[in-house]
Ligand binder design. Structure first.
Ligand SMILES: [Zn+2]
Length: 223
């Protein structure tokens, strides 16, 4: 900032050494302030009570409908600044879409995913991607992933419709784009693949080859 140096120039005539010293001092002070500001910008999310501005009802995926989960089923965070996001976890609800929405709104449930995809391809978002949803049953995986539920049952092949695959693939492609996540089976995984889980979803009827091809296509074309 120029204001500090401007104050020195008129009083420093003929006192070159002192002037140089003053300007040097001012420059050093500005340098320190700039450094402190930079440090603050990088660490601001660590400060208590400081977080990104949020808009009520905002969604992270265009076209998703916002229905808030109970705050007992997730932890407020500021991802990807406090925790990096490098995974998408695929789930199956083992129940109807309305029943999944209902349990995620129930504070006693203790779990919820960011999104639920309905059989007809409708997408509801219940937790912001900023926040850590309790969906994987593994703290580290919760912190680094976005969880997507799919309406249906792992034992029912008919649960997984064309509309569901297409909508979910666009959603996952968008998440991968937003956070620079590679579109592969190391980074797009099933709940069953989370270490320590006793869950089997999405199960043997979930067509991974088909799904990943759709995700790759949506990722490539941006659709
Ligand atoms: Zn699951």
């Amino acid at each position: 900032m120029g204001e500090t140096q401007g104050g020195h120039t008129e009083t420093a005539r003929g006192v070159t050494g002192r002037r140089a010293l003053l300007i040097g001092g001012a420059a050093a002070a500005v340098g320190t302030a700039a450094l402190a500001r930079d440090e603050l910008a990088r660490l601001w999310w660590r400060l208590p009570g400081v977080e990104k501005p949020r808009v009520a009802g905002a969604v992270d995926f265009r076209g998703a409908q916002w229905v808030s989960a109970s705050s007992a089923n997730y932890r407020r965070a500021d991802r990807p600044d406090d925790y990096g996001i490098d995974m998408v976890v695929i789930h199956v609800t083992q129940g109807s879409f309305p029943s999944a929405v209902k349990v995620f709104q129930d504070p006693a449930h203790g779990a919820a995913a960011h999104y639920i995809v309905r059989k007809d391809g409708h997408i509801t978002q219940m937790i912001r991607e900023l926040d850590v949803a309790f969906h994987a049953g593994n703290r580290e995986y919760n912190e680094r992933s976005v969880g997507i539920e799919h309406e249906g049952f792992v034992e029912e092949a008919s649960s997984f419709t064309d509309a569901m695959y297409a909508a979910s693939a666009r959603l996952t492609a968008g998440i991968c784009r937003r956070y620079g996540i590679p579109v592969d089976r190391k980074h797009v995984i099933g709940h069953v693949e989370v270490p320590g889980t006793d869950h089997t979803d999405p199960g043997r009827y979930w067509d991974w080859d088909r799904y990943m091809a759709l995700v790759r296509r949506a990722h490539r074309t941006g659709v």
